[in-house]
Design a protein around this ligand. Structure first.
Ligand code: FES
Length: 118
């Protein structure tokens, strides 16, 4: 089965992210997102390293004002867009969980990683 998340069309560099859901091996639905940064695409579970809440203050709004980090709307933890590493704030070294994706003919595809697209 092909795990298609969506299209790269409309995913602007440093712009709004694409929200989607994955299922883990227990069938639990978990929110996730893809962003476009530095000419690449990166996907993460939408779950802060501080408390397990979603990051975006408005649906799809993940980037800080300067576009150099992803920021949690709840207490301001900041993450590196290209690795999910905690850069500062109350994530205390706990990064975002990355999801492995590939781009195939303009489609963003989730690679086998213990998750499937819901
Ligand atoms: S819940 Fe994200 S910084 Fe606290």
């Amino acid at each position: 089965m092909k795990n298609i998340i969506g299209s790269t069309a409309g995913l602007e560099e440093g712009g709004k992210g694409l929200r989607f859901d994955v299922l883990n091996s227990d069938g639990e639905k978990i929110p996730a997102f893809v962003i476009h940064f530095d000419y690449q695409y990166f996907a993460y579970l939408n779950r802060c390293g501080h408390i397990a809440v979603q990051l975006d203050y408005m649906p799809g709004e993940f980037f800080s004002d300067d576009g150099r980090s992803l920021i949690c709307a709840t207490h301001g933890a900041e993450y590196a867009p290209d690795s999910g590493a905690c850069l500062g704030g109350p994530c205390f070294g706990v990064g975002l969980e990355p999801l492995s994706i590939v781009i195939h003919e303009g489609e963003i595809v989730l690679e086998q990683s213990g998750y499937t697209v819901a």
